[in-house]
Design a protein around this ligand. Structure first.
Ligand SMILES: Cc1cc2nc3c(=O)[nH]c(=O)nc-3n(C[C@H](O)[C@H](O)[C@H](O)COP(=O)(O)OP(=O)(O)OC[C@H]3O[C@@H](n4cnc5c(N)ncnc54)[C@H](O)[C@@H]3O)c2cc1C
Length: 389
């Protein structure tokens, strides 16, 4: 029997006062500042620079950065709420903020030394965007087969190679780049480096023309004899695989949040449209068939939210969360695709055209099953734990 003095645990979706305030302020911001730009940014495949400034102004580009470095001093769960609310309106803006917080800042907080923290965190909180460069043309799911090399020379490392698919690359100033310094040692040669935009030998290559999240930039990174000081190593030499695994394990909860927000956004749109649209002399939301479809969408959103919040709260509590993170990502991304598809159906012909917002959500949903570990890789993680292998 539990001790009667034990306080009951709060329900998973109950938010503290500061969590509620943050969620409301991001929700208001997304409606006022993001929504008017969504279509244009998607069409031009470009994130608005003015919007990026406002994201910094709102203080959500450094959610977990300690206050002494100019950040919000928040939790991982706060980042998840921010990504969810932004993605409800635009998943492209959601992922920009997600990569900044749950990958780049997360890695620096965890693995950076005092110099990294004091030099990088104030910039990331105030004005600099971060990007996370792991994937390459030949190494996606098998990320540790990366071919980018770093060679030690005097008091520097010289990096050569190419990264592909790097989110935020167009806007970023600070790049976390993974290179192997000792290929004979396999993944134990992988090392994480902080590389600044403008470093000689480092250029941003081709920008991808994508199906969805079009306003989020995705580019190639090219390193040709790019020399970085030894102080650019984040964490220990040869321990980059740990930096990568551990940040991605957490980062995928952020993708779960992005997909949760998208699924909620599709439901929001479906509710308001079906209340307006009239057929057979009444609003289509009055047909029970439509009501059941909306209800099913809501059940899926709630289940996704429970999975995402549970994984994030476990992470903040310092408890194991690996398979919960994999579950929340695969489930929320499948729900996002399903809900966006259902929203299109409920919009009828209007669902199929760009004048209405739901076809974009459908395109945006697809990425959730691909990046930060494809759905098959999430299933592999879950199955390994089930089978103890
Ligand atoms: C828009 C976008 C943004 C991205 N942003 C970033 C970023 O910021 N930083 C970064 O480093 N990377 C980024 N990526 C890369 C992304 O993480 C990879 O695309 C992803 O990990 C999949 O790798 P791949 O594309 O090489 O596919 P592959 O690994 O070639 O996979 C192809 C198919 O094979 C399946 N498969 C592969 N191996 C197995 C296996 N062992 N068992 C079962 N099935 C398997 C996969 O599930 C998938 O269905 C981004 C990608 C995109 C498209």
């Amino acid at each position: 029997m539990p001790d009667v003095a034990d306080a009951p645990l709060p329900p998973l979706t109950q938010l503290s006062e500061d969590e509620q305030l943050l969620r409301q302020s991001v929700r208001d911001f997304a409606l006022a500042e993001v929504r008017p730009l969504v279509r244009e940014m998607d069409e031009h495949a470009k994130m608005s620079p003015a919007l990026i400034e406002k994201l910094f102004g709102l203080g959500i580009m450094g959610v977990e950065i300690p206050e002494k470095f100019g950040g919000g001093g928040g939790t991982f769960f706060h980042s998840v709420l921010v990504v969810e609310e932004l993605s409800r309106v635009d998943p492209s803006v959601g992922v920009l903020v997600d990569v900044q917080n749950t990958l780049v800042i997360n890695a620096i907080l965890r693995w950076g030394n005092e110099d990294h923290k004091s030099q990088l965190l104030p910039r990331l909180a105030a004005k600099s965007i971060g990007a996370y460069g792991l994937s390459e043309a030949g190494s996606g799911s098998d990320a540790f087969a990366l071919q980018t090399r770093a060679v030690e020379r005097d008091d520097e490392f010289v990096i050569n190679g190419r990264k592909l698919w790097i989110t935020n690359a167009n806007e970023a100033d600070i790049f976390l780049v993974f290179a192997n310094i000792n290929p004979d040692a396999g993944y134990r040669g992988i090392t994480a480096f902080v590389v600044e935009r403008g470093t000689p030998g480092f250029t941003i290559g081709k920008k991808e023309d994508k199906l969805g999240i079009r306003a989020s930039s995705t580019c190639e990174l090219i390193f040709e004899d790019c020399r970085v000081p030894k102080t650019a190593v984040l964490g220990a030499v040869g321990k980059g695989y740990k930096v990568a695994i551990e940040t991605l394990n957490e980062g995928r909860i952020g993708i779960g949040a992005q997909m949760l927000g998208l699924a909620q956004g599709a439901l929001d749109q479906a509710i308001s449209y079906t209340k307006e649209r009239k057929q057979f002399g009444k609003a289509i939301s009055e047909f029970q068939g439509v009501q059941f479809q909306l209800a099913r969408m809501a059940v899926d959103v709630e289940a996704s939210r429970l999975l995402v919040y549970n994984a994030a709260r476990l992470r903040d509590a310092g408890k194991p969360f690996l398979h919960e993170a994999a579950m929340c990502k695969i489930f929320a991304s499948e729900v996002a695709e399903r809900n966006a598809s259902q929203a299109i159906n409920l919009f009828g012909g209007n669902g199929f055209v760009k004048e209405y917002p739901v076809e974009k959500l459908y395109r945006d949903a697809k990425i959730g099953q691909i990046y930060e570990g494809t759905s098959n890789l999430q299933l592999q993680t879950i199955a390994k734990q089930l089978l103890g292998s």
